[in-house]
Design a protein around this ligand. Structure first.
Ligand code: PMP
Ligand code: GLN
Length: 389
């Protein structure tokens, strides 16, 4: 008899958002801003919807958006990208990840994932037939160990999936760390899928360095961005991939059979958005940096040990000290559940971002908060937590 594959888990974002709704909690779990991105970009999309065309746009993406993505690569990173052969528009970074894995991975190929890992990586990699090797960035400072990285590589390594800036750790990889990865990719003749959706959300004067900009990497990297993050329009699901034509072509083939296209009005509006001046991009990072500091200060007052966050809109905190006051037996999952039910504030347990087979060795004392919320919402969450502990 046939059996139904039950290997796909329920995403932690769905689980926690449902729980938050059920308990009327402030949802600092799932990562999305509670203020929509620029009005002019949204106007552009609505104008295009009413006055433009609404049929299938070109499979690779609207020429205007592909050109805007290539221009942004030049402007921000001095990368030379050919809009016609090196850019693909996708329905969100999630589709881009799926397309890249479908294109690159053949059953049995090894892929290196960095734990904690963004939740769709593991099921997508496994369904593509990859053998997953994981390397951990280690708390409290989410440090990458060079030897551990090297040990994950083998002659079967096909690719590394690198999320930088890193969700949930809030880590921005240094040039030195990227150099280790680049050396190993060359040594093992492997590729990198670079999930850089938080490329414009880095703090304290740090700048994001695409792995693709390092020597020898332009030929080996597929770089993914998302308008959802860059323009605080997560519901739009507009993503883009850049890479050498030889790699991008098979990714586009996968895209043909996944979504084929992405709504044309949204593409047009994102093209308009990408040409915004430096003020826009600087304000995005500065606003979020202020929110990071606001929430970090509040969580510290609650007694949570806040781990430095260099980029993304997530803060991780160690719950150990607060657990000693509430119930020392709580792990991160039980803590997030109890905090939702009792304090009416939701966060996400960081153990959800690990490969399920090695759960016994996974740290169970970290939770992740999203700070891309109105100041009043962040303050209210802190007030509720202060009352709870
Ligand atoms: N990668 C990371 C690291 C993310 O945090 C997210 C969350 N939005 C995505 C990919 C998915 O992006 P999109 O909504 O564009 O599919
Ligand atoms: N990227 C978001 C996060 O990390 C969630 C996106 C989703 O719900 N799939 O919270």
């Amino acid at each position: 008899t046939n059996t139904i594959y039950t290997g796909l888990p329920t995403t932690i974002f769905e689980t926690m958002s449902r729980l938050a709704a059920q308990h009327g909690a402030i949802n600092l779990g799932q990562g999305f801003p509670d203020v929509d991105g620029p009005l002019d970009i949204r106007h552009n999309a609505s104008d295009e919807l009413l006055n433009g065309y609404n049929q299938y746009p070109p499979m690779l993406g609207l020429p205007a958006l592909r050109t805007a993505v290539a221009d942004a690569n030049k402007r921000f990173y001095d990368l030379d990208i050919d809009a016609n052969s090196q850019v693909l528009v996708t329905s969100g970074a999630t589709e881009a990840l799926s397309d890249c894995l479908t294109a690159l991975i053949e059953p049995g190929d090894e892929i290196i994932l960095i734990e904690p890992l963004y939740d769709c990586y593991l099921p997508l990699a496994q369904r593509a037939g990859a053998v997953v090797k994981s390397v951990r960035v280690v708390p409290p400072n989410w440090t990458l160990d060079r030897d551990a990285l090297e040990q994950a590589f083998s002659d079967n390594t096909k690719a590394v999936l690198l999320n930088n800036p890193h969700n949930p750790a809030g880590k921005v990889f240094s040039r030195e760390e990227l150099g280790w990865i680049a050396d190993l990719l060359i040594k093992y003749d492997a590729y990198a899928i670079c999930d850089e959706v938080y490329e414009h959300i880095t703090f304290d004067g740090r700048s994001h360095i695409p792995l693709m900009t390092l020597d020898g990497m332009a030929e080996r990297c597929l770089r993914i961005g998302s308008a959802g993050k860059t323009f605080s329009l997560t519901g739009w699901k507009v993503g883009y991939v850049t890479g050498p034509a030889s790699l991008l072509d098979p990714v586009a083939k996968a895209h043909q059979f996944t979504t084929f296209t992405t709504p044309p009005n949204l593409q047009s509006a994102v093209a308009f958005g990408l040409s915004k001046g430096d003020n826009y991009y600087n304000a995005l990072a500065a606003d979020l940096q202020a929110k990071r500091d606001r929430l970090a200060k509040g969580l510290a007052a609650v007694g949570l040990d806040v781990i430095p966050c260099e980029g993304t809109y997530f803060l991780t905190t160690d719950i150990t000290a607060v657990c000693l006051r509430i119930d020392s037996a709580l792990d991160d999952v039980a803590f997030c559940q109890m905090m939702t039910e009792q304090a009416k504030v939701t966060a996400v347990p960081v153990s959800a971002f690990y490969v399920k087979d090695n759960q016994s060795e996974v740290p169970k004392n970290f939770i992740r908060f999203c700070f891309s919320k109105k100041d009043a919402v962040l303050d209210d969450a802190v007030k509720r937590l202060l009352k709870w502990v």
